[in-house]
Design a protein. Sequence first.
Length: 434
Amino acid sequence: MSNESPLIQSMRTAVAAAPADVPLRLHLAELLLGEGLGEAAVAEAAVALQHAPGDAGARALMMRAMGLPAPADGKAEAAEEPEQPAAHRPSTGFDWAAAENEVAGAVPPRFVTPTPAPGPGATAPEAPLAADGSGDPGDATAWEVDTPGSVTLADVGGMQEIKDRLEAAFLAPMRNPELGRLYGKSLRGGLLMYGPPGCGKTFIARAVAGELGASFMSVSINDVLDMWMGNSERNMHEVFETARRQAPCVLFLDEVDALGAKRSRMQHGGMRNTVNQLLTELDGVGGANEGVFVLAATNVPWDVDIALRRPGRLDRTLLVLPPDAAAREAILRYHLRDRPIESVDLGKLVKVTEDLSGADLAHVCESASERALLDSTRTGVVRMINMKDLLGAAKEVRPSTDPWFASARNVAMFANEGGMYDELLAYLKKRRKL
């Protein structure tokens, strides 16, 4: 990722070479957490727990990354013990009543005062039922759902091939539900987007929601994963229930390799159960997922459980590659629109940034701004950002996609089962990266 330090990028390369090295992965997670990249730290800690479920350090790091307090001496269960009544407290010589009276004005009461019973003739409000019919209505605002936005595929610069494939394989059937019903096509679907990081998979997902006029809901591992047994599965169920209530809704599963990793590599039953729950929710027994369009994104599709790609689940794939020339021009123009620039030749800049991702291009513009700012500070004369600044920044920024292609090349050549990575192979041959 372009906003990561060179040290973290080097550590990522080392972890990719030794994925089962738990101490090395935890060191990377510590560095990410220190840089304020909490979500990335959670993802690395989760993978470490898959390799070493009983590792106390990995569990403690996961809790810190998720913003949860660490249990004292690792005994989280002790915090859940009910408080004993005053009559049954052990006699320690401590005056509990006096202490409670002393802090009564500063500390709010531990229990809410019961609501008074309704008066004569009044009707008690009926308690709402949860989706499963129980008396717990759940938290309706626990998951953030964006209303249909104005961003569409027209706002995605270039990448015409990707737009055409989205239209043919995903959008056209969804836009014509009556025609779909005529041919027995249900109003549901799943699409897996994969490719190097920073190439716009999340933005494309939002654009798809805009094309369909659907709500948008983004979910990552830290939204679902919970340290208590059974809570992760419940969270996964609640995510899909929220999407069903908001239908039509695009449910975006970010970094799905963390949420749906291969169960054959898991040693921890909790993560395995979470993947099983995800598979169950994707099936949507009884047509429950009608109007829910599931989009998933990953940088490592080879780590996604094969059952997720079964027909009826995430059965369509889309390779999202670094932006083409038209897309690079649109991205550079967007990031330079509010900055003071002069004599910028976008055509030349597009040519020298051929292998950069969208995130890399944003970093180029940021670095060029820093150069002009520093120069203005030194000379005392405010000047504009020029081509020299942009070309110098472009020369310094290394493509963040190179490590991904180094890993993907081996998978595409030697693990291309059923032609899963034919599109990637064609791109590598075209770019002479084989």
